[in-house]
Design a protein around this ligand. Structure first.
Ligand SMILES: Cc1cc2nc3c(=O)[nH]c(=O)nc-3n(C[C@H](O)[C@H](O)[C@H](O)COP(=O)(O)OP(=O)(O)OC[C@H]3O[C@@H](n4cnc5c(N)ncnc54)[C@H](O)[C@@H]3O)c2cc1C
Length: 433
């Protein structure tokens, strides 16, 4: 049994600490909140979700679904807890954010072998350790990483606003899921062309939070602020988060010109978030412009959209695909800090780093899951991408090696790739990995 340190009790650190404790190690889990917070977190709970309450698709033909299937086989704590606090979200796995974070915190507090230290870590710890301090890593630690491993990279990520259900006009909004997949989980605001045009003009003319360092850092395409997307063209949003395909307005019996969707944010259904509305508009402007959406005229905002600088390592220069630091055996990095993007991707990286730290401590060579698993493909990308153009990566089918005889049908092809990935992960685990 060894004593190990995990720094950061977010998505990756929570998974890592639990894996290591279950493998018999004594874990010190360092989390700086609530003593020191980040610009995006609001509580002192472990595994706090900072933006969307959705963990993405669950169906096996989606990349997020494949990753989850693999994580379940690897014993994911986060998915165990997510199953206990789901909220309806069609084919996606969405959770009550407060119950989720509380659930993870309670499980970790109750786990023998884990001691939680509520303090900020200011320097990279000695091995054996995992650093999983996320995109909003404390500045002293970030400075020490920079001194020891070279410059950190950065991009901007934004969060969407949340409104109360009681402030919404439920005579105007209607329940529907795109293409009827789900059980009427989303609230929809239909827009005709005149309403959409007026909304678009207000949005592109609205004032944003002053830029300090925003201009010189790129925005992650997968989490682009709604006003940045709108500025690309009058119809860009209609092909993005406001696309009307698969939705029929019950009042007209027709497909609307555009649709804003609201997703339930808590188990009781009292809070809803605006899907795809991550933004850096000033708060007053969010009230003014988003209340132009039909049914949201009196919307009460319990959280406004915000934008943050996210930092990550130049992993292709520093890390093996096992997530171990090339220059310091026994020191691992995990989570968004390594350049994966997304809650589940970060958590999965935490699981892998922990399993490999365990192997290192047992005198075994750290391992990477096979390249045809989603996790194996993702960490290979992170370690082997072009270091001069490295950007964070989500789980996606483009990472997986092509099939020899792919089915012609796209959905069928994805399903076969997904089944191949899950079987490969099962074989990897059966081999004692
Ligand atoms: C504003 C914003 C919105 C995002 N929206 C989404 C989204 O909608 N969907 C999605 O899938 N992903 C989103 N992400 C990206 C990403 O998936 C999440 O940030 C995810 O939480 C990353 O997991 P992590 O474990 O790497 O980091 P985190 O979950 O952030 O955990 C890191 C932990 O380390 C702690 N910490 C930091 N520095 C120190 C220190 N020096 N000492 C001790 N503790 C420290 C922090 O307090 C935090 O608890 C968003 C990120 C940001 C910043």
């Amino acid at each position: 049994m060894s004593r190990v340190r995990v720094v950061g009790g977010g998505m990756a650190g929570s998974e890592a600490a639990m894996q290591l404790a279950r493998l018999g190690h004594e874990v010190e889990l360092w989390e700086m909140r609530p003593r020191v917070s980040t610009p995006a977190h609001q509580t002192g709970e472990l595994a706090e979700i900072v933006c969307s309450n959705s963990f993405g698709g669950e169906e096996l033909h989606t990349p997020a679904g494949v990753l989850k299937a693999e994580m379940r086989r690897l014993g994911s704590l986060l998915l165990e807890v997510a199953d206990t606090c789901r909220v309806p979200a069609g084919g996606a796995l969405a959770v009550d954010r407060a119950e989720f974070a509380r659930g993870v915190t309670q499980r970790i507090e109750a786990q023998p072998g884990i001691r939680i230290v509520r303090d900020e870590v200011r320097a990279v710890p000695e091995a054996p350790a995992i650093v999983a301090t996320g995109p909003l890593t404390g500045s002293d630690l970030a400075g020490d990483i920079l001194r020891r491993f070279g410059p950190l990279l950065a991009f901007h990520d934004a969060a969407a606003p949340i409104v109360t259900r009681e402030s919404l006009d439920l005579d105007v909004l209607f329940r529907a899921d795109r293409y009827g997949r789900g059980h009427g989980d989303y609230l929809n605001a239909a827009m005709d062309q005149a309403t959409y045009d007026a909304f678009w003009e207000a949005l592109v003319g609205a004032e944003v939070t002053p830029g300090h360092d925003f201009e010189d850092v790129r925005v992650f395409e997968g989490c682009m602020p709604v006003e940045v997307m709108a500025a690309r063209g009058r119809d860009t949003l209609r092909f993005g988060p406001l696309r009307p395909v698969g939705i029929t307005d019950p009042r007209t019996g027709r497909r609307p010109h555009a649709v804003v969707q609201l997703r339930q944010d808590d188990t009781l259904g009292q809070l809803y978030n605006l899907v795809g509305f991550q933004t850096r508009l000033r708060w007053g402007e969010q009230r003014r412009v988003f209340r132009m959406i039909p049914g949201l005229e009196a919307a009460e905002f319990v959280r406004y959209g915000v934008m943050h600088r996210n930092t990550f390592l130049n992993s292709p220069r520093l890390l093996e695909a096992t997530l171990e630091c090339r220059s310091e055996p026994g020191l691992f990095f995990a989570g968004q800090l390594v350049g994966v993007e997304g809650y589940m991707e970060s958590a999965a990286a935490g699981i892998l780093a922990a399993r490999n730290l365990d192997r290192r401590l047992r005198g075994l060579t750290p391992q990477v899951p096979p390249p045809d698993t989603m996790l194996g493909a993702l960490v290979r990308y992170v370690a082997q991408a072009d270091p001069d153009h490295f950007q964070p990566m989500n789980a996606n089918f483009g990472l997986l090696p092509p099939m020899e005889r792919p089915p012609a049908d796209r959905r069928e092809r994805k399903l076969v790739m997904a089944q191949r990935a899950v079987s490969a992960m099962e074989r990897f685990m059966a081999a004692g990995s």
